[in-house]
Design a protein around this ligand. Structure first.
Ligand code: 6R9
Length: 645
């Protein structure tokens, strides 16, 4: 653990919106007088009709409910676009930087973005989409992704964005779960010079599940199969659609979007967010965490397929009238300077990325960074996984030249936006600590076994003791699963699934998931999901998947596989199984190590002892613990002896 503390730089202490004193004053007020605090913060949103009740929440089973700004009416798309037209109409909203630096980018002003969104909203309507319908979006990082999302929000349709790296199988499952009747995609995506066959993936998915309409954006221009009745070209539809479309009036608690995320059990769950609270929450956190003022160039490098792309590429920044870079590519293409070249090209002031990208770049040496200028950078952010002190130091010292504070923001798909995070003018930084709670957030640590609250400097399971406006409202189609997953372990609290330590200054240090979720390159993956993909293979009888430390990805995937009797555990089969998982879920789920296991360590009651599998995966054989309770202790010796190096 790093003992270093970086005080707030003088310039930030003098100019920031939230200073240290203000942080404490506002945080205290947000807890003591939530009505007053949120009434003031809600003014950042244009309400069509004012709400009657700020908050109506109970985390208890008998009267479980979560509601914010009840009775309020608004349209989040109008908040992100229409209201900026007068003051920021000609200001760039999205500066799109393509995968290949030698092809032209695009800039959309707020006026242009508004026109595109209105036109596409009419396209959706012309294709039968109505308020409340679910719309699946499977697009690369192009402005059309934001346009499609905002067009849904404009007419009250619920978008479900599926990350363009997911497989046809994963896409089909998500279309089916939310019963969406329309998919918006592109011919192909481009990443690091390679094409991603998006339309072909959609076609493959639609062999398993049916939809009425597919709208296809022509991006690379390559030939794709076209189904005459079902498929529509984006540009053809836009040509005949009107450029004006009134935003519909939405209730604060009307659904805004579903985003599937991995949990510790079963299929990915559809995290559902609603409109009013999410609008206030993303806008407020974006403003304070990044100290954002219109005119500054902001760049969040996350994909719109993840929650960070929803809250900090689309909604938060646009509600705040930001000018932002949207990047199609990857950090190491054409070379390891790309991030910093884009920073220089667009004079980026605020840059927000995941530690995995930083670790990958850090390995390539400082020269890729130092040969670029980066003098525009003022603030750096980190999200998605714990940032190790070495990567923090490199980000701070080499990328930010010790001039830029780093906001290490802890949050989740479920929380909508940043929950525990520094603010540049308010928080002395400790490398590796997400520091202190956002206004209105009450984190606590509980004893993982007893569920009792722990005081002072200690470690435990991280819970949040009361609601905040951007909290998810349900698991789509399974409200009971929502309660069971998050509110049943520690009654009265929201359980995050993370472990954390709190130090003597009240700073939180997130230590990672304590459930069966692993975090691969900042992407959540349920071990159960990878296991069920493996056992679907005809030659696999059983599989157990655990996380292992990985230098770049944070965690890698280690799979133990038992094949059917009589199967030859060959190198070819190993490769085939690795490919199988890629195909079933997507490249992000590719096992890093796949070990054939004639037997898995089980208790006499048949429970797999994951603790032992984790130790072997970590290559820590010294500490396998007590194996005497196992049904067959010899299987452990076999796994240790045959661990692939
Ligand atoms: C926003 C996002 C959530 C999980 C979360 C935690 C990990 C995210 C973190 C962090 C340590 C941070 N996580 N940010 N851990 N420090 N700053 O990533 O959402 O994809 O749902 O992942 O990611 O384990 O529980 P999501």
């Amino acid at each position: 653990m790093s003992e270093q503390v970086f005080p707030v730089p003088d310039h930030w202490a003098e100019t920031a919106k939230i200073t240290e004193a203000e942080y404490h004053e506002r945080y205290a007020r947000s807890l003591a007088d939530p009505e007053g605090f949120w009434s003031a913060e809600s003014q950042r949103i244009d309400w069509i009709e004012p709400y009657e009740t700020v908050k109506d929440v109970s985390y208890h089973e008998a009267d479980f409910r979560i509601g914010w700004f009840l009775g309020g009416k608004l349209n989040i798309c109008a908040n992100a676009l229409d209201r900026h037209l007068e003051t920021l109409g000609d200001t760039p909203a999205i500066i799109w930087e393509p995968d290949d630096p030698d092809t032209p980018g695009r800039t959309l002003t707020y006026r242009e973005l508004h026109e595109q969104v209105c036109t596409f909203a009419n396209v959706l309507k012309a294709n039968g989409v109505e308020k409340g319908d679910r719309v699946t979006i499977y697009l690369p990082m192009i402005p059309e992704a934001a346009i499609a999302m905002l067009a849904c929000a404009r007419i009250g349709a619920v978008h479900s964005v599926v990350f363009a790296g997911f497989s046809p199988e994963a896409l089909a499952g998500r279309i089916e779960d939310c019963q969406s009747n329309i998919v918006i995609t592109a011919d192909e995506g481009l990443r690091g010079g390679k094409t991603v066959p998006l339309k072909a993936n959609v076609d493959a998915a639609l062999e398993k599940v049916e939809v009425g309409r597919v709208i296809v954006y022509r991006h690379t221009g390559s030939d794709v199969d076209f189904h005459a009745v079902r498929d529509v070209w984006w540009h053809d539809a836009m040509e005949v659609a009107a450029p004006l479309c009134d935003p519909v009036t939405m209730d604060a608690e009307d659904p805004l979007f579903i985003l599937y995320t991995s949990g510790s059990t079963g299929k990915p769950k559809g995290v559902l967010h609603t409109t009013g609270g999410y609008a206030v929450w993303t806008s407020m956190t974006h403003e304070y965490v990044f100290d954002y003022r219109p005119g500054q160039v902001y760049w969040c490098a996350a994909d719109v397929g993840w929650v960070t792309g929803h809250s900090y590429v689309v909604y938060g920044p646009l509600i705040n009238g930001a000018t932002q870079v949207m990047f199609e590519g990857v950090p190491n293409y054409p070379d390891h300077s790309r991030f910093w070249q884009v920073v220089d090209k667009h004079k980026v002031e605020i840059f927000y990325a995941a530690p995995t990208a930083l670790r990958a770049l850090m390995r390539e040496g400082d020269d890729w960074v130092t040969r670029t200028d980066r003098s525009s950078l003022r603030l750096l952010g980190s999200v998605g996984e714990p940032i190790n002190p070495e990567a923090w130091d490199w980000y701070h010292r080499v990328v930010g030249e010790r001039r830029c504070p780093i906001v290490d923001t802890w949050w989740q798909t479920e929380t909508g936006a940043a929950m525990i995070t520094p603010m540049p003018g308010a928080t002395a930084l400790k490398p590796g600590s997400a520091s202190r709670p956002m206004f209105g957030v009450q984190p606590a640590l509980v004893d993982p076994e007893k569920g009792t609250l722990l005081d002072g400097a200690t470690s435990g399971a991280l819970v949040i003791t009361d609601s905040w406006p951007g909290q998810m409202r349900t698991v789509y189609g399974d409200h009971d699963r929502f309660f069971q997953t998050y509110f049943s372990q520690y009654p009265g609290y929201y359980f995050t699934g993370d472990g954390a330590r709190r130090d003597e200054d009240g700073y939180y240090w997130i230590t990672g998931r304590i459930d069966d979720v692993i975090n691969v390159s900042g992407h959540r993956m349920g071990t159960a999901e990878v296991e069920s993909a493996l056992v679907e293979h005809p030659l696999v009888s059983e599989a157990a998947v655990v996380g292992m430390p990985h230098e770049v990805k944070g965690q890698g995937i280690y799979a133990y596989v038992t094949t059917n009797a009589g199967t030859e555990d060959s190198e070819d089969l190993r490769k085939e199984l690795v490919q199988w998982v890629r195909k079933e879920i997507g490249p992000i789920a590719t096992p890093d190590i796949l070990q054939f296991a004639p037997g898995l360590p089980k208790t006499r009651s048949g429970k797999i002892m994951r603790r032992i599998l984790r130790k072997i995966a970590e290559n820590d054989m010294s500490n396998l613990g007590d194996t005497s309770t196992l049904a067959d202790p010899a299987v452990v010796d076999d796994l240790v002896a045959n661990r692939p190096q």
